[in-house]
Ligand binder design. Structure first.
Ligand code: FE2
Length: 234
C-alpha cells in the first residue's frame, strides 16, 4: 500500500481518500471521498473514488461500509462499483440521481433530514433552487466539518499547472478564497429557496469545509461559505 490508499485523517472518526485526477468537460479535477466512522462502527462513504486494491484495503482497515452516499445527480461515477464491493451497504442518493442513473440501484433518497442511521452525528440540507444540481450538503458535527460537493470550488495552486491556475483563478475558483463556478451561479432558478438553504447551513456549527475536488478549508470555513454565497443576497 505505497500511498496508504490515499487516506488522510481529518479529525477523530473522519478521513478523506484521494482518488484519480479526472477531466470533466476537459477541465482537470482532483477527486476525494469523505469517510466517517459512525458510532456503531460502520463507515459512511461520500462520493467514493475509483476503487483500486489499495483504496479498497485502506477502507477495509477502517471498518465495514454501511452507507454509500451519492450527494448529487452528477456524482455517481463509482457508486455501483463500491456497491458491488460492499453488498450490505445502503445506497443513498440525491433526489434527481435516479433519473440520471436509472441503472444504479439505490435504497433510499436523501432528503433535508438525516436518516436515523446517522442522525445526531451527521446533519444534512438539500441545497434547493438550482435548475439541475440537487446537491445535499452535510455537516459532520463532532469535527465541525461541512461537506460540500460541486457547489464550491477552491483549487490548490500546488496541484494546478500554470494554465489552469490562470483559468481557474480568473473564474474565482482558486484557494484561498474559492467560489461557485460561474456556470452554476448563472443557473440558479429559485434564489429564495437557495437563500433558505444557505441560511440554514450558516446556522450550523462548522469551521472546516471538505471538498471532493479541492483542498479543504481547514479553518474559517464559515466565512468562506458566507462569502461564496453572498451574491444570493440577504
Ligand atoms: Fe463533482
Amino acid at each position: 500500500m505505497p500511498d496508504g490508499g490515499g487516506l488522510r485523517p481529518v479529525a477523530e472518526g473522519i478521513w478523506t481518500q484521494l482518488g484519480d485526477r479526472i477531466r470533466f468537460f476537459g477541465i482537470p479535477f482532483d477527486t476525494r471521498a469523505v469517510i466517517v466512522r459512525l458510532p456503531g462502527g460502520e463507515l459512511w462513504l461520500h462520493s467514493p473514488v475509483r476503487p483500486t486494491p489499495e483504496r479498497v484495503a485502506a477502507l477495509a482497515a477502517l471498518g465495514e461500509i454501511g452507507h454509500i452516499v451519492a450527494p448529487n445527480r452528477i456524482h455517481g461515477a463509482f457508486t455501483a462499483d463500491w456497491a458491488g464491493l460492499a453488498p450490505a451497504a445502503k445506497i443513498r442518493v440525491s433526489p434527481r440521481f435516479p433519473e440520471r442513473h436509472p441503472d444504479i440501484r439505490h435504497d433510499a433518497i436523501l432528503t433535508d433530514a438525516p436518516p436515523p442511521a446517522w442522525a445526531g452525528v451527521i446533519d444534512q440540507c438539500l441545497f434547493a433552487g438550482h435548475a439541475w444540481l440537487d446537491e445535499v450538503v452535510f455537516l459532520h458535527r463532532p469535527s465541525r466539518s461541512l461537506i460540500l460537493t460541486d457547489l464550491l470550488q477552491r483549487h490548490d495552486p500546488a496541484r494546478e499547472p500554470l494554465i489552469w491556475r490562470l483559468l481557474k483563478g480568473a473564474a474565482g475558483l482558486m484557494a484561498p478564497g474559492g467560489g461557485i463556478p460561474p456556470d452554476l451561479r448563472a443557473t440558479f432558478r429559485d434564489r429564495a429557496a437557495a437563500r433558505a438553504a444557505r441560511d440554514r447551513i450558516l446556522g450550523w456549527d462548522f469551521d472546516r469545509i471538505l471538498l471532493p475536488h479541492s483542498v479543504p478549508v481547514e479553518t474559517g470555513g464559515k466565512a468562506v461559505f458566507a462569502r461564496a454565497f453572498a451574491w444570493l443576497g440577504p
